[in-house]
Design a protein around this ligand. Sequence first.
Ligand code: ADP
Ligand code: ZN
Length: 659
Amino acid sequence: MHIHSILPATGIDKGYSYKADEILPLGTYVKISFGRQDVVGVVWDNDVTADIPLNKIKSVSEIYDSPPLADDMRTYIEKVAGWTMTPMGSVLKMVIPSYKLLEEPKRPLQFFCMSINGGGAVALNKDQGTAAHDLCTNIDQGYSCTLLDGVTGAGKTEVYFEAVAECMRADHQVLIMMPEIALTGGFVDRFEKRFGTRAALWHSQMTPKQRMTVWKGVASGQTKAVIGARSSLFLPYADLGLIVVDEEHDQSYKQEDNVIYHARDMAVMRGACMKHPVILASATPSIETLQNIESGRYSEVTLPDRFGGAHMPDMHLIDMREDKAESGEFISPTLHRAINETVKSGEQVLLFLNRRGYAPLTLCRSCGARLECPQCTAWLVAHKKSGRTFCHHCDYGGRSPDKCPSCDADDSLVPIGPGVERIAEEVEAKYPDARIMILSSDTAEDGLKLQEKLDAIQRGDVDIIIGTQMTAKGHHFPKLTCVGVIDADIGMKGGDLRAGERTWQLLHQVAGRAGREVLSEGRKGQVYLQTYMPENNVMESLIDQDRDAFTSLELEMRKMANMPPYSRLAGIILSGKNEKTVEGVGRTLAQTAPRSDEFIVMGPAIPAFAMLRGKHRRRLLVQCSRKINLQKTIEDWLGRIDIPSSVRLSVDIDPQSFL
Ligand code: ADP
Ligand code: ZN
């Protein structure tokens, strides 16, 4: 009769005691009943001195023969929980989302990527060769973190593939992380071409069987390579030897609910904890990463030029105050001319607008009402093709109304502002012969799958692409020579800490889609940014393609304002059905906050999303000197307060969003 302290994956921080008939090694996965549910638990320590009477202790109902969770992985889980200030059980649940993953499969599984089967490396040019050599020498040498910095099209992928190959030759596993929307078949095919075997893919849209195949393959060490979205970081790799974080600056690496974590930072933490190298790749590295290089914490390898002599595109600003679009339209005369010329010469145009649907706002001409979500502080977004008007945060809404819901007036609703569908309408009217495609996450709107669309663009079956954020990432469209950004100012409007940085990164990435092939007669791709603030330093440094100028100005501004990376921030978010109670907790927090020059607490403030999915919200913001232990200080403070169970409190360390 042995008693073990086991951590059930239910969002609870402490261990519970269970009985077993034999000694269980630490890290063993077990099935236990917790409350009324069967959950997976992990043996965390052997707590034989438990003073609860034996007959009150439940038994372990099943012991799985999956390899136990390794010591360093358990240490890592503890670190992640401490860093993100979430219960260990919640972190464990990311490692093992369901006990079903541990059960015997009904039929034998076909694991992915058991070894390298040949494939073909490309011959690297001189810069690429040097960079690849540097990255390869880090393999099997313990922890290191290196930024692979190079313009879009420089061949960063080819270069980190060399490190991936080196790591697999040393018989370790490899993880390549990407933003979810960049995880397309194209990249998987590219991996297969290079290595002669398919990597396992891990993302949010997998079937239970696919999940089990990858999880078991990884845990047993048989699957050597995973390409995955941020959650792939928490798989229980048997012997991980390298993590590549591609597009390291990407916002989608931040998970905003449940365990609030930044997968790039947690990848670096994993490397440090498990003693293997981490590669961060980007053409537009985050300010934090650049600062980590400046301070010597990370090292850097650079690829200064596009591969094969293709040039970076020419950048033009269009001042929308001068170069006005016709009333009710959104494309300026200058951009129209550029579209016309490009289509005539048989090349492709990308019009970029980071807004799904037809119009972000619908207004009643008769009573002035705006279609608003009753559960969120947000407008309902009209989608014309699907005939639906709904909230992008909670899906509230339905068939687009033909009468104003407030005053019942007929035909009084007018769309305000453009979404991609509306731009498509304008383009269709102007270029009736052009082949037009919308590329956004609403693929259901015209029934074609994303991959089919990407293939069609690649083949040149499309003249004008109208796309959201998902067009900005990674894709290589050989015929695309002209990019028009419909509203370069969108991202600047929120005015948060990183508005400038994000706008710079996104627009630079979008611009990088133009002219990736070598064009004849030394021609370059052409990029047009439509803006109402051409004198803004973000727009200016974009046009000059002067990243260093932008970075140093941005760092200087952050330093003056004592903002990250020079200080640290934490968001404290409160939410609940009763606004008064939420407000009350916010006040209590503010009153009891430890305060000093090194620990500043702001709020409670009513956030931009004052209400989300029917819950009222308040936010506090902590600004803390880098000398202070942020998490510990917050923990001590929160530990002194009783928070009613009707109010949910979450801490967001290093917040990316302030809404
Ligand atoms: P990045 O990841 O920096 O945007 P990629 O690795 O995707 O760049 O490379 C851009 C394009 O150039 C790809 O089509 C790639 O196959 C090609 N390329 C890069 N380096 C080489 C090379 N040394 N030999 C042949 N093709 C290359
Ligand atoms: Zn809503």
